[in-house]
Every structure is written in structure tokens, then in C-alpha cells.
Design a protein around this ligand. Sequence first.
Ligand SMILES: Nc1nc2c(c(=O)[nH]1)N[C@H]1C(S)=C(S)[C@@H](COP(=O)(O)OP(=O)(O)OC[C@H]3O[C@@H](n4cnc5c(=O)[nH]c(N)nc54)[C@H](O)[C@@H]3O)O[C@H]1N2
Ligand SMILES: Nc1nc2c(c(=O)[nH]1)N[C@H]1C(S)=C(S)[C@@H](COP(=O)(O)OP(=O)(O)OC[C@H]3O[C@@H](n4cnc5c(=O)[nH]c(N)nc54)[C@H](O)[C@@H]3O)O[C@H]1N2
Ligand SMILES: [Mo]
Length: 767
Amino acid sequence: MRYTAAHWGTYKIIKDKGKRFKLFPFEQDKDPSDIGRGIETALTSSARIRKPAFRRGWLEKNQHHKNIKRGEDQFIEVSWEDAFELVSKDIKRVISNYGNESIYAGSYGWASAGRFHHAQSHLRRFLNLIGGHTYSKNTYSYAAAEVIVPHVLGNFYNFLFDTTSWVSIKDNTSLFLAFGGIPLKNGQISQGGVGSHIQKDYLKKAALKGVNFINVSPLKSDLEGVGNIEWLPLKPNTDVALMLALCYELNKAGIINNDFIYRYTVGFKKFLSYLNGSSDGIIKSADWASEIVGINKKVILNLVDKIKNSERTMISVSWSLTRQSHGEQPFWAAIALASIIGDIGKPGGGIGFGYSAMNSIGNHYKKIPAVSLPQGKNSVKKFIPVARITDMLENPGISFDYNGSRFSYPDIKLIYWAGGNPFHHHQDLNRMIKAWQKPETVISHEWCWNALAKHSDIVLPVTTPLERNDIALAPRDPYMIYMSKVLEPIGESKSDFEIFSGLAKKFGFKDDYTEKKSENEWIEWIYNESNALQESNHKFPDFDNFKEKGWYKSPDQLSQQIFLKEFIEDPVKNPLETPSGKIELFSKQIDSFKYSDCVGHPKWFGDKEYLGKSKKYKLHLLSNQPKFKLHSQLDNGKVAGNEKIDGRAVIEVNKIDAEARALLEHMVVKVFNDRGSCLAAVKISDNIRQGVVNIPTGAWLDPLKSSSISCVHGNPNVLTNDVGTSKLAQGPTAHTCLVEIEKFHEKAPRINAFDPPKIIAAKRERN
Ligand SMILES: Nc1nc2c(c(=O)[nH]1)N[C@H]1C(S)=C(S)[C@@H](COP(=O)(O)OP(=O)(O)OC[C@H]3O[C@@H](n4cnc5c(=O)[nH]c(N)nc54)[C@H](O)[C@@H]3O)O[C@H]1N2
Ligand SMILES: Nc1nc2c(c(=O)[nH]1)N[C@H]1C(S)=C(S)[C@@H](COP(=O)(O)OP(=O)(O)OC[C@H]3O[C@@H](n4cnc5c(=O)[nH]c(N)nc54)[C@H](O)[C@@H]3O)O[C@H]1N2
Ligand SMILES: [Mo]
């Protein structure tokens, strides 16, 4: 049997003799995702890039028209031979004129599953061999947490996936307080591949066992489908005020675990003096929070009672809470709240990050050690916090703050992207598109004509996993899949590995790049090297057997994982990796940075775009993860359409807000603010807090100049704000965004997002 693996699951592939194929759920998957079937139509659609293509203005040195911008130009197809020659020459030119620092290869993004064909690893391996590149730090997922957590709770990655397991919650938790919910739509995904989806099953089992779930979120759908769930629809971005009020009221009522505070934390006194208002004159009571949060004081006090009466409380925070202005604070405040309750380290209690943000969160499998493609060493030290890309392009040489130090932005002359889509993931796209014009060359590897490809100078077409062999081996998933090639490459596409091999040859070090190994030899190498890391009683089967069967499940299971158990058992022997070795409710280190936007203790800031702050823009726009795709991937396939109306992204609007604006179901509206505008189709609902609207991310950018709409398809990132969370983490803040909406009076324009640009075939043009 032949299988393929994706970030959204494993599928059996049935193929006829031609190019027709179908994907079927993996027989081991308890709750398979439909997302995968999107590729059946996307694979050979007209958006597929079939040949290397160069932007005409770049190739002709802007002779045909001086002012044609990236994103608006035609493309000229070129043979691979010419492409390798032109690309290598240009990279050499940039390095010799400006140095390796002027190449930006942060290249953030998810690319495809598969341990060998990991696009970024290949990009870095190649560039590191020729002197390196400016890189990026942290993620768009939870940058603020990545930076603050090491100061206050210890190594972020060690415990991100060591979250208390569902089995422990099911058997022990009484109250599960979920800030940002437990969005099951997100649990379809796991980076690197999924064998069997477990989130829905565990959530159901926990509910059946009587765990009391409370969904603190503007969206009801963030936690549903398991009986009666209490919904506290707070104003977006105000969780910190609610958490602080809970801390204050719990302490006031004497429901504070002093033993825990004393043994396991530092800085409580200073935090308490902030709660009591000694430092700023504001008592952080339920009364105070009520107006900020938009939840009745009685409901907040009722929640205090629920915590008081709960034998075991889990405070769960969704990753989305980091992607907002001051996104460091919700995680820190949640840690403080969980410390006051004192259930950290106990079965089913304490604090958890991102339940159902990925399938692997809360599973109870031991990490499977695995090797990756070696990337070599980057000799360039310059970096940016990942979401500061536009700032970097706009401000070469200017300094910026990050985590206690000052750095400066490099002067980027060449951008090289492989395996991500900044026109999907970045905020304030209109601003980014302007800055994007500055470098001399933009190169990307893509398989479809999305906005990244259209805004590149050089587009090199890549294969998808169905057109190459690979292995899925995600350390947090017990399944390992042999990913079979079932089709010959579409058009003239090549894998990232083949492309960089071709370029490396032009630089004279192909053998260093490939180590003289073929694709299949590399896959076997990854398998065997990973196998060498397994304990003797858990060795993998022989490679040929594995390949023949197509999958293997590791028997290695833990029955229960309890986050911070060892630390709680013995904080002296097992200190946290914080400066004090304990949980820091006041951080001397952060305090010493003297940042006005991130101080020594968890703090409510609330000085940015949140509801009620603007007379002009009265709605708070959330842009959460889409249910029927991963980010922008397969947006052009048949499954992503499930979430759209007539091909356009949907905006969920509360009934009262819709009535006030005379909006009707499915009506096309213009969503706008000072940064941009997009069209979307209205879905009227009772399941979203009044004043809040939501457009899932992922619609491919589709600007329409003639009506000055930044995106007719509904990409919310033309509206979102591009400022860092704070000087500490400089993370993205997509979920902090005010907008207004109105009926779009013109005829709804056609969506052109999936059309290729104008392409001039190689022969005609070049002879
Ligand atoms: N408004 C708003 N914006 C957000 C978010 C939000 O909540 N709201 N969330 C943010 C988050 S958490 C994230 S992680 C980012 C995600 O942002 P990205 O990870 O950049 O989004 P993807 O669409 O997954 O981009 C992957 C790209 O890789 C390409 N690709 C796939 N396979 C291969 C391959 O083998 N080789 C090459 N070269 N390319 C390949 C795909 O075609 C696709 O264009 O978005 C962020 N942006
Ligand atoms: N189907 C699918 N699953 C995915 C992805 C995908 O693209 N598609 N992307 C994957 C990736 S890369 C990541 S990082 C994870 C992200 O996982 P999350 O960060 O959990 O993803 P979101 O869907 O953005 O956010 C979850 C919910 O948080 C709520 N929310 C937003 N702002 C606030 C707030 O201020 N307060 C409260 N209380 N709630 C708020 C929104 O209603 C939203 O539905 O998802 C992963 N899973
Ligand atoms: Mo993410």
C-alpha cells in the first residue's frame, strides 16, 4: 500500500495508470481530516507552476517599463539550465557587492511534511555552504511566549510539548478554564505529520468523566461539541485583566495556596502590590476588570467561587493569546493565576498551553528522537525577530530592541524564500508590499502561483510530496510513514533538494551539498541514524520492511505526563531553567531591561486597539486559523471552498452588529481600516460576541487596483497591524485589530487569486 503524509494527516493513495489519484483516510486514524483531499484538484490546477519563470522587469533590467512593481509584472519562462546560471550569477553578484548579510533567508513557514524534503533545511544548508545569510528567530505561532517563558517558567520548548496529558486531565481535572478555548479545528494539524487524530476523542472522554469546561473566548466555536459548556464571551485581548482580577479576588478571599507561592515562586509580594494597587492606585478587582473585559462582575465572582470549589483546576491558554498586542502578558498572568491556585505539578491541574492547537498537544507518547537534514553552520550573525520583516526592509542600519539587547537591521539586497508564504502570514500586507520592492532580487521556490510567487523575480517550481519519496517522522507522533512518490513531477518541477543541488554545482560544491547521496539514500540515512538513537528495546524495523508496509507505530508510550511534576516533587534538585530556578512572578531580569511595554510583573496594558478605543472602527477583527486548510495551503483545492461563500472568505458577524449595519446573510461586505480593505461574505451568528468579527486566515491575496480594494478574496492580513508585541519579544500581533464593515455596493468582483500571472513562453520570447 502507498501512503502520503501531510501536516493534517496520513492518507492512502489509490492511483490509476494516468495522473488520476484519490486519497483515502489512513486506516489507523481515529478521526481523519478532510483537508488532505484538497490536493486532488489543486495538484494540476492552472495555478500550478510548471517551469522556472523570471519576472520580465528583472530579466530585462526594467527596460520594458521602469515602474512595474513586483506583483504586477509578467513572467518569462526559462529553461532550468538558464535558471541555474542566472540565479547563481546573481547570488554571487550580491555576495561580492554587499556580503552574505545582505541575503535574507529567514524564510519562515510550514512547507510540507516529510523529514528529508524540508524546504528551509535545504535552503539553509545551501546558503550556509556559501557563507551564510541573515536569519530569523522565533515563530508567528507564539513568539511572545517563546521569549517570556524562559524568564519566568523555564525552557519554552522543553515543556511546550510536555503539557499535562489528556489522560491525566480526564481522570483528575474538575475545572478546565480555557482562555481561547480548545479549538478542535486546529487539532487536525501537527507539524511533520499525524498518524491518528486524538483531540476530539480525548475532549469527549474528559467531558464524559465530568470535567467542567469553561470557554473564555469571543467565539463560541472555540470549545463546543461536548455537551454543556459554559461560554464567557469576553472582549478580545482583555484576558489579562480577567486573570489579574481572578488573582486579586482569590487572594482577597484567602483562597491562595501560600505553600505553593513560598516553595515554588519568587516575586509574589511585588506582584501582589500591583494587584492591590499600591504601585498604580488601581485595585485589580472584579469590579475593575468587569468593564474592561465586558463581563458582568457577578460572573467573574462566580468564577472565583468555581475555582474555590474545584478540587483540581487547569488553566489553559491558547497560543492565539500571544498573537496580540502585549502578547507576553496573557501567558505570564496565566502562570501567576495557576501559581495562586497551586495545582501546578498535580495530575490534571496547573497550567497548559495550546490544547488542540495541534494534535500532538496533550498526547502521552514519549518523544521519538530523530535526526534531520544537517544544515551546516551559518557564519552570519545578523537576525531579526521573525515578524519584523517589514521593519527590516524599511529601516536598514536602524537599531531595534529584543529581549534585553539592542541589534540593528541589515541592508537586505536579496530575499530567498522556500517553504513559507509571507503574503499569507505577515500583518499589514500593504505596508509589506511596499517594503518588498526594495531588495534587488527576490527568489522563491513554490508549487503554485500564489502571491509570494507573483511578487518574486525568480520563481523556481517545486514538486509536492506526491511527486517525490520522503519519510514522515515527527518526534511527537508515534507513527512513522514512508511517503511514496505516486506521480512524476508536474511540468518541469523539481524538489528543493534537486534545485539546490543544481545551484551548488554552479558554485562548484555539489558533492558537499549532496554528500553524494540520492534522495532515497538520504531517506534511508535519516531512518537509520534516527534508529541509532532509539533505546535498544525500541528499535525500528528493517528499512525495507518499513518501506514495504508503508508505516510503523512506535510502541513507546507513557501513561500520564504531568507538566512540571519533577520540579514540584523537588524544586531544589530539579530547579526550573529560570534565573531563580523558580516560577518568577516578578522577574528581576525583565525589570532590568527597563521596557515601558513589558515590566517586571504581569501587567494589564490595554493601550492599543481594543474594543471601544476607536469611534471610527467599532469592531474587533479576529483572524483565526482556518478549519478546512492549513494557512494558505490548498486554498485553491476543493476542500478549502467549504469555508467560503461563492469562493470568498467568510466574515462572522454578531446578529446585533449585522442589524445595525443592515447586513444580510451572504452579503458581500467591505471590511476596512486605515491600513487596508478586503471583501468578505457575511455569516450572521449568535456565536460571536457583539462587537467582534472573525475572518479565518488563508485566502490568497487578490488586490483589485481599480476599486482600491486591497484584497477581493478576503485575506485579513491587509487589515492587521504590524507592530511587535513589545520590546521584549517583538512578536506578531495579528489578533489586535479594529475595523468597520459596510455593504459593498458595487458588483462583487471576480476572484483572480488562483489565476497565474501573464506568462511569456520561453521560446517565443527568447529567440
Ligand atoms: N492574521 C493572522 N495571520 C497569521 C496568523 C493568525 O492567526 N492571524 N497565524 C500565523 C501563524 S501561527 C503561522 S504559523 C503563519 C503560517 O504561515 P506560513 O507557514 O507561511 O503559511 P503556509 O500557507 O503554510 O505557507 C507554506 C508555503 O509553503 C509552500 N510549500 C509547500 N510545500 C513546499 C515544498 O516542499 N517546498 C517549497 N519550497 N514550498 C512548499 C506552500 O505552497 C505555501 O505557500 O501564519 C501567521 N499569520
Ligand atoms: N485547521 C487548522 N489548524 C491549525 C492551523 C491551520 O491553519 N488550520 N494552524 C496551526 C498553527 S501554525 C498554529 S500556531 C495553531 C494555532 O492555534 P491557536 O493559536 O489556538 O489558533 P487560532 O485559531 O488563531 O486561535 C484560537 C482562538 O483564539 C480566540 N482568540 C483570539 N484572540 C483572543 C483573545 O484575545 N482572547 C481569547 N480568550 N480568545 C481569543 C479566537 O476566537 C480563535 O478562534 O493552529 C494550528 N492548527
Ligand atoms: Mo503557527
